[in-house]
Design a protein around this ligand. Structure first.
Ligand code: KG4
Ligand code: ZN
Length: 345
């Protein structure tokens, strides 16, 4: 238990640099997230720039996290760092820093799986989940539907065959001439639009499996935009496109997720990832959970996005479980090769 007392969490898997200090696997003593705005200039995450920004920000953010937690480095009992999945260059910055820091302090460094951390992020605010649970992780890089039977015990129910849900938001935002990231911009515009104005497909909703596909939907929006003629398009039309696109994404996510809940006999539903910020998605899932008499566990926005608090949490659990830190701590880009138990337990 004492090994989990004061854990420094480090997250650098994509374009957010984040650090946190977690006490006793429970109490967040500090939590910093620096979103790298530089990517807005390019309409998407530029891996080279992300690595460079992590390199610049991370040492100062670790110092700051310790200062805000009112602890010194020598008080730390462990370090948890994201080692997969993500952008390799970004992951390497976090892992190299964590290894050097851990070596200097003589404390264990554990490598955490970023997606596994999203599955459990709600625990920080809401305590342990009733089990089994179903978790939906929807972000710019992932659309994962997972049955959670306990820490380390997962059954993968579905994922996207092409674009992630957030990626679809970002690409459609580009088509509509909105900025990056596209999710918040589309959500705002959609509020003024008619969700039934365009009949976009609900990809794969009629298929019995629990996989997703969003690239066809993006193409359908592109064709609809082309049919409107050359830009600029009047705002009401753009709002209708945004609302109809969002309706298609949310209908698909909600339909498959609730089907997964029913099939798994889940006693709770967890939501995570940046797209979990979407109000329509939250409200529809909340309704579905209410009908089934189970809790919908949505972390606060900071814990939905990429954050080091959830990494510190998983690291605490790993240290408590007695995991032997892997001295190599190789980074892995893909979820499939990240070593997460995906089919049983
Ligand atoms: O988990 P996250 O912060 O990081 C990465 O995946 O890197 O997720 C970011 C994604 C972006 O694709 C963004 O467009 C989407 O989440 N997003 C949203 C909303 N806020 C962020 N999508 C829909 N509605 C939102 N309100
Ligand atoms: Zn994430």
């Amino acid at each position: 238990m004492s090994a989990a007392r004061l854990v420094l969490g480090i997250e650098t898997s994509c374009d957010d640099t984040s650090t946190a200090v977690l006490e006793g696997g429970r109490t967040l003593r500090s939590h910093l997230i620096a979103a790298q705005d530089v990517h807005r200039l390019y309409g998407g995450v530029v891996p080279e720039l992300a690595s460079r920004a992590h390199l610049e920000l991370l040492p100062r953010m670790v110092e700051r996290a310790l200062a805000e937690a009112e602890v010194s480095a020598s008080d730390l009992t462990g370090i948890a760092v994201t080692r997969a999945p993500g952008l390799v260059g970004s992951l390497v910055v976090g892992v190299a820093f964590a290894r050097a820091y851990g070596l200097a302090l003589g404390i264990p460094v554990v490598g955490v799986n970023h997606i596994e951390a999203h599955l459990h992020a709600a625990t920080l605010e809401q305590g342990q989940s009733p089990l089994p649970a179903v978790a939906l992780v929807v972000s710019g890089g992932h659309t994962e539907l997972v049955e959670v039977r306990g820490f380390g015990r997962y059954r993968w129910l579905g994922s996207t065959r092409d674009d992630a849900a957030g990626e679809a938001y970002d690409k459609v935002a580009k088509l509509l001439g909105l900025g990056f990231p596209g999710g918040p911009a589309i959500e705002r515009l959609a509020e003024r639009g008619d969700r039934a104005a365009f009949a976009f497909p609900r990809p794969m909703l009629d298929r019995p499996d629990l996989d997703f596909s969003f690239s066809g939907l993006k193409t359908a929006v592109a064709l609809a935009v082309a049919r409107l003629g050359p830009p600029p398009h009047p705002e009401p039309q753009l709002a209708d496109l945004a609302a109809s696109f969002q309706a298609a994404v949310v209908d698909t996510l909600v339909g498959k997720t609730l089907r997964a809940v029913d099939q798994a006999g889940a006693r709770a539903l967890s939501l995570g990832g940046g797209v979990a910020a979407n109000r329509e998605l939250r409200e529809r899932l909340a309704l579905g959970c209410e009908e089934r008499g189970i809790p919908l566990r949505v972390p606060s926005l900071r814990l939905c996005a990429d954050n080091a608090a959830m990494i510190a949490l998983l690291g605490s659990w790993m240290l408590e479980r007695g995991d032997v830190p892997d001295p190599e701590l190789d980074v892995v880009a893909s979820l499939e090769e990240s070593g997460l138990p995906m089919s049983g337990g």
